[in-house]
Design a protein around this ligand. Structure first.
Ligand code: PBG
Length: 343
């Protein structure tokens, strides 16, 4: 027998001697004391609900890769916005699935004041004025190649894209959007959008910068939802941040704040909790995470297979964003969570 594996060696210290009589389990013993020392809480005020919009009437198309998520025609999106407001969800973020015939090389349809995203904002604002509306000024739902910018000779041209995104942002504000959230990652977009909003009388429209948007595999189901999956040529590495980098994310956030961003967003969420914590520590500004489509789908798929408890995993993942320093989370789980939090 090997003497080294003896369970209690002679002269072994007691647990009290080892811990110095500190017992960290003491406060974990009862539900009341666990509640008393809980450091972070998830509330309905933390939720932003991303919804997909499609043309037509009374249309509710399931997104196969995102069980429980639908593309909604504007009339139904209004109903869902009403439901969200009743649940106490502060804001929604709209993303369009644009008719293929309206997509082109430069995403020009984003400049139509009557495009689907602007019509959705007007309709929602009219019916549910108390809910915040967040719109993305990126071109990807409007381009025939699925990129967020204007593509010329295989290159996403920065400055021309900024001009287009800026003009689109002003139209979105005019249609009723309260927060412009440009996700295209072009240099200079935040400052240009701020200037243009101010020049057009939209001083009160805020900017939530997708400051640190990483080139990520977790966007897959979203691309199915807005119909860019089959279109996208190449990848987005020339404009999204390399997911190996963290200092660069801080520099990007610093730049966007200097240009006038009111809020920062980190995207995706769960694999980037370290970035959230760094940004919150560094800047102390309102900080959000986008729990993206792939994160949602993973939890739903594992849950559907009986491999995890979907509800618990959902709540744990959302609370982890609060722990990391988030003020709020964009999540497809929003109505489900709001319902649970309501009890
Ligand atoms: C692009 C955009 C993306 C998402 C929202 N807007 C990423 C992409 O398609 O590259 C992803 C959202 C999600 O995955 O839930 N402007």
């Amino acid at each position: 027998m090997n003497k080294l594996t003896s369970p209690k060696p002679a002269g072994a210290r007691s647990v009290d001697e080892i811990t110095g009589s500190r017992r960290l389990r003491r406060m974990r013993k009862a539900d009341w004391s666990r509640r008393l020392v809980q450091e972070n809480h998830l509330t309905v005020d933390d939720l932003i609900w991303p919804i997909f919009i499609v043309d037509g009437k009374d249309r509710r198309e399931p997104v196969p890769a995102m069980p429980g998520v639908f593309r909604l025609s504007i009339d139904l999106a209004v109903k869902e916005a009403e439901r969200a407001a009743r649940l106490g969800i502060p804001a929604i973020a709209t993303f369009p699935n644009v008719e293929m015939s309206l997509r082109d090389e430069t995403g020009s349809h984003i400049l139509d004041p009557q495009n689907i995203i602007n019509r959705a904002s007007s309709a929602i604002k009219a019916a549910v004025p108390e809910i915040g509306i967040i719109t993305d000024a990126a071109l990807d739902p409007f381009t025939s190649h699925g990129h967020d910018g204007i593509l010329r000779d295989g290159i996403i041209v920065n400055d021309e894209t900024v001009e287009q995104v800026t003009a689109a942002a002003v139209l979105q504000a005019a249609a009723g959007s309260n927060i412009i959230a440009p996700s295209d990652m072009m240099d200079g977009r935040i400052g240009a959008i701020r200037d243009a909003l101010d020049a057009n009388g939209f001083q009160d429209v805020a900017i939530m910068s997708y400051a640190t948007k990483f080139a990520s595999a977790f966007y897959g189901p979203y691309r199915e939802a807005i119909g860019t999956q089959g279109l996208l040529q190449g990848d987005k590495k020339t404009y999204y941040i390399d997911h190996a980098n963290s200092d660069e994310a801080v520099r990007e956030a610093e730049q966007d704040l200097a240009e006038g961003a009111d809020m920062l967003m980190v995207k995706p969420g769960l694999p980037y909790l370290d970035i959230i914590r760094r940004l919150k520590d560094e800047f102390q500004v309102p900080t959000f995470a986008y729990q993206v489509s792939g994160e949602y789908s993973m939890i739903k798929a594992a849950s559907a297979n009986g491999w995890i408890d979907g509800e618990k995993a959902m709540l744990e993942s959302l609370l982890s964003f609060k722990r990391a320093g988030c003020d709020g989370i964009l999540t497809y789980f929003a109505p489900e969570v709001a319902q649970i939090l309501k009890g």
